[in-house]
Write a protein that binds this ligand. Structure first.
Ligand SMILES: *[C@@H]1O[C@H](CO)[C@@H](O)[C@H](O)[C@H]1NC(C)=O
Ligand SMILES: *[C@@H]1O[C@H](CO)[C@@H](O)[C@H](O)[C@H]1NC(C)=O
Ligand SMILES: *[C@@H]1O[C@H](CO)[C@@H](O)[C@H](O)[C@H]1NC(C)=O
Ligand SMILES: *[C@@H]1O[C@H](CO)[C@@H](O)[C@H](O)[C@H]1NC(C)=O
Ligand SMILES: *[C@@H]1O[C@H](CO)[C@@H](O)[C@H](O)[C@H]1NC(C)=O
Ligand SMILES: *[C@@H]1O[C@H](CO)[C@@H](O)[C@H](O)[C@H]1NC(C)=O
Length: 500
């Protein structure tokens, strides 16, 4: 799932630019490795200090194992015998190592030993700008070198990446906060734990901070608000708790904020409204409460807003939703929201995914929703909507299974409009059909219906979308239609523009 997200096409041009700069770091080593990056010109002849060469061999041998004899295999590691995952640059006519990528990225990458070691020689590579480990620390209980070592690289390191190293435990070395040239710090899907060092907020040019998928605990330090150049902040899938600090609103450049699947609580700070450039905010599955915060309506660049699975409660209508003109994905399911679906929703012309399921919404389903040109999924199931759904036959057929309106006891659809062979909304009864109404009530108490419910509520937080519909007529005949959610989960994965 993660790797698919990583490859998703990005639509935001600003992010594309950023991705490009980051990918550059990843791309360089491979071009160096097949020699093409450095195959021509006099630079081939450039010398390399013996100490630098020995430090490189020794650092790599620590990670890949003692069998690896660099001086034998790669006598000219920055020149004609380039090492996969290593790239170099010229400084005063000498080669120095600038990038080191360890782990099975390519077929001929440097694979790690069972117990990879950080040797002190790694920290002798004083021109190292980019250091990355992918799937390297796999066996349990390995830790990062202590603080003092990292200080040696504070003048050079611009990018650190630890990705998919499940055996890596312990905390983030607090000296990472002294790596003042860092632009990107990615600690993704490892076993790291402990609280987040406050001094990470001191890194003036940090543009990307990804700490997702570890076991970090404690609060989000308010010092992170000093990261005025930050474009991407992803700390999802940890155990972060406490309130979201008000200083989050100081992250003026931020484009993407993902804090989903943590234990954050309290009211969403009104300072979030200051994030005028933010395009994605994902706070799903936390413990936020206290009603929606009105200033969210000022986040005018938002394209994707996902708040589902928080006991926020309060009124849906507290926001002028029509101000969020760029919204393409809006996921507000499982939030305990009350009130009616705003009549202004149909002004959100870019919306593709609208999820309002499992709240306490009442009133009618605005028929104008069908005028939204790009709407491809609409979930309002599990509410208390009433009256007649007044969509056209064309809309029902366009939406198919991606229109979720079931579990609204007093909602019915306009059967006359559709005729006998139309595309009926899934598990909604036709208006005026008392017999079917009874039938549905019976099903709602039975175990069959329970299974259906688990099979998908149109919210994106759950796991079990795969249960097939049991015991329901498969198509149209009695107004109950097959509901299959595999499609929708895929759709949402594509629709939600995940970074990393
Ligand atoms: C690597 O190989 C060279 C030449 O075969 C040898 O002299 C050297 O001792 C070896 N180094 C290590 C660390 O095994
Ligand atoms: C917000 O985005 C605009 C347009 O891309 C850009 O000109 C501006 O500098 C950004 N603001 C900040 C604080 O980064
Ligand atoms: C959620 O937040 C409330 C306070 O708003 C707190 O009482 C409750 O313990 C929190 N639940 C969890 C699981 O942290
Ligand atoms: C709907 O949401 C409420 C409150 O968030 C929760 O208690 C309930 O279990 C949810 N129901 C389903 C089927 O997810
Ligand atoms: C609808 O989607 C198409 C294709 O992605 C896009 O070109 C168009 O601008 C979108 N329309 C609106 C109103 O966003
Ligand atoms: C649903 O709405 C009706 C009136 O529209 C109201 O009488 C009923 O109590 C509501 N049910 C719930 C569970 O909120």
């Amino acid at each position: 799932m993660r790797s698919r997200r990583r490859l998703d096409m990005e639509t935001s041009s600003a992010f594309l630019f950023f991705t490009f700069t980051v990918m550059l770091c990843l791309a360089l080593p491979s071009s160096a490795a097949d020699g093409s990056g450095y195959s021509n010109g006099a630079s081939d002849e450039a010398p390399m200090e013996k100490a630098e060469k020995e430090a490189l061999y020794s650092a790599i041998r620590g990670f890949v194992g003692d069998w690896w004899n660099g001086s034998d295999l790669y006598p000219d590691p920055c020149g004609w015998t380039a090492i996969q995952g290593v790239s170099c640059d010229l400084f005063n006519g000498q080669w120095y190592v600038t990038s080191l990528n360890i782990g099975p990225v390519h077929d001929n990458s440097l694979d790690c030993a069972a117990k990879p070691l950080f040797t002190s020689h790694l920290f002798d590579l004083r021109h190292l700008k980019s250091l990355s480990f992918y799937n390297c620390f796999v066996s349990p209980d390995q830790t990062l070198p202590s603080d003092t070592y990292w200080d040696a690289l504070s003048g050079s390191l611009e990018s650190i990446e630890f990705r998919s190293n499940p055996g890596l435990v312990g905390g983030i070395p607090s000296s990472f906060g002294s790596l003042l040239n860092l632009r990107s710090l990615v600690i993704l899907e490892n076993g790291l734990k402990g609280t987040l060092p406050e001094n990470l907020g001191n890194i003036p040019g940090l543009q990307r901070l990804v700490l997702a998928g570890n076991r970090f605990t404690g609060p989000i330090p308010s010092t992170f608000g000093r990261l005025s150049e930050l474009l991407i902040l992803d700390m999802s899938r940890n155990y972060l708790a406490g309130q979201l600090p008000a200083s989050i609103g100081d992250l003026a450049s931020l484009l993407k904020l993902d804090l989903s699947n943590n234990l954050l609580q309290g009211k969403l700070p009104s300072e979030l409204g200051k994030l005028r450039n933010l395009t994605l905010m994902d706070l799903r599955n936390n413990n936020f409460s206290g009603g929606l915060t009105q200033s969210l309506q000022e986040m005018e660049s938002l394209e994707e807003l996902a708040l589902s699975g928080n006991p926020v409660n309060g009124e849906l209508n507290i926001l002028e939703w029509q101000n969020l003109k760029s919204l393409a994905v809006l996921d507000l399911s499982r939030m305990g929201l009350r009130g009616e679906i705003p009549e202004t929703f149909p002004q959100l012309k870019k919306i593709r995914y609208l999820g309002l399921s499992n709240n306490s919404l009442s009133g009618v389903l605005p028929p104008d929703l069908e005028t939204l040109p790009n709407l491809s999924a609409l979930y309002v199931n599990g509410n208390n909507l009433t009256g007649e759904m007044k969509f056209s036959a064309g809309f029902y057929s366009r939406m198919g299974r991606r229109l979720g309106a079931w579990d609204n006891p007093s909602l019915c659809y306009n059967a006359d409009e559709l005729g006998p062979t139309g595309n009926f909304p899934c598990r909604v009864r036709p208006c005026g059909d008392e017999k079917l109404e009874e039938e549905e009530k019976e099903m709602t108490v039975g175990h069959i219906s329970r299974g259906k419910r688990l099979g998908g509520d149109g919210d994106v937080g759950g796991n079990s979308y795969l249960l097939p519909p049991l015991g329901f007529p498969s198509n149209g005949v009695s107004g109950f239609q097959c509901c299959n959610f595999c499609v929708d989960v895929l759709l949402l994965a594509i629709v939600l523009n995940y970074f990393l």
